[in-house]
Design a protein around this ligand. Structure first.
Ligand SMILES: O=c1[nH]c(=O)c2[nH]c(=O)[nH]c2[nH]1
Length: 295
């Protein structure tokens, strides 16, 4: 039998590191909470085909590098994009490495009641970053997931294609809810990452609230446009949004009127609506995204 080695990559997944900033004894503490994954490509054929590990930077060293960079990388640690860039810039210098992908989940913590050293984990969303680096190219994708939003009206759904399996009744008024997963690819790496993230998140939530919706697809389009207007470095944004169906419960058997008030919050199945909104047809950022990410 003959066979060849196809695409391969390796690294350390899910290095969960928390960094406290407490250099100034007079200043309140800050912290960042990152789950970092490192993935390397390069000249690693022999590690697989002959068992020769001479070129393998250990995944243990990858983990140690992440932990040490949480101190060594200075102010770059404060934003997940700049932290991922610092790590990617480091790993790409390893001679046998030709490609680096750093993925970060950043868990937000809010200061507790203005206390200088106590925090409450903010479960509203998780911030995400994917940095992809080769010798002469760097791409940065920022994102968020698990941002759950709901509006109680200003949402319709009707006029859709009908076949013999179509039973859904059209509606001029419904709850619309989704848990937004979005990733957006930047042009360049010279970006104020924190301000840019805040602008995108604000654009998503404010346009979700303000836009009158004729479908979740229509809302994705509105949110994408708002993001491109708000964040100049963003070339495109990809959404993956489950339609969290809320069905009006028929209370008429009990003689009770239900004017879009009482709903069954359905769990599954759910509609899954996905779309990319980009500045022009020419934008192609597909290589910037981690294909291994479930979304
Ligand atoms: O916003 C929606 N988009 C759909 O494609 C769809 N399909 C469906 O059954 N309900 C909805 N709602």
């Amino acid at each position: 039998m003959s066979y060849v080695l196809g695409h391969n990559q390796y690294g350390k997944a899910e290095v969960h590191v928390v960094r406290v900033f407490r250099d100034d004894p007079e200043a309140p503490h800050d912290l960042v909470d990152y789950n970092v994954s490192v993935s390397l490509t390069g000249d690693f054929t022999e590690a697989h085909t002959t068992g020769d590990q001479a070129k393998v930077l250990t995944t243990d060293a990858c983990k140690n590098t992440v932990n040490s960079f949480a101190k060594e990388a200075g102010d770059a640690v404060r934003e997940p994009e700049s932290f991922a860039l610092a790590l990617a810039d480091h790993f790409i210098e390893v001679p046998q490495v030709s490609g680096v992908r750093i993925s970060v989940e950043a868990f937000p913590w809010d200061r507790a009641h203005g206390n200088p050293h106590a925090f409450v984990k903010n479960g509203d969303y998780v911030r995400t970053v994917t940095v992809t680096r080769t010798a002469d190219d760097t791409s940065v994708v920022s994102g968020l997931k698990e941002l759950t939003v709901l509006k109680t009206t200003d949402s319709e759904f009707h006029g859709y294609y009908q076949d013999r399996y179509t039973t859904l009744q059209p509606t001029n008024d419904r709850i619309m809810a989704t848990a937004v997963t979005a990733q957006w690819a930047h042009e360049g790496r010279d970006v104020q990452w924190g301000a840019s993230f805040d602008a995108v998140k604000d654009a998503i939530t404010s346009s979700f609230a303000a836009a009158y919706s004729y479908a979740l697809q229509h809302t994705l389009w509105e949110m994408g446009g708002a993001v491109l207007d708000a964040a100049p470095s963003v070339a495109e944004i990809r959404f993956s949004c489950p339609n969290k169906h809320h069905f009006v419960i028929d209370l008429s058997p009990f003689g009770v009127e239900n004017n879009y008030e009482v709903h069954h919050a359905d769990d599954r199945p759910y509609g899954l609506i996905e779309a990319t909104i980009k500045r022009s047809e020419d934008v192609d950022k597909s290589s910037a995204y981690d294909p291994g990410q479930a979304w």
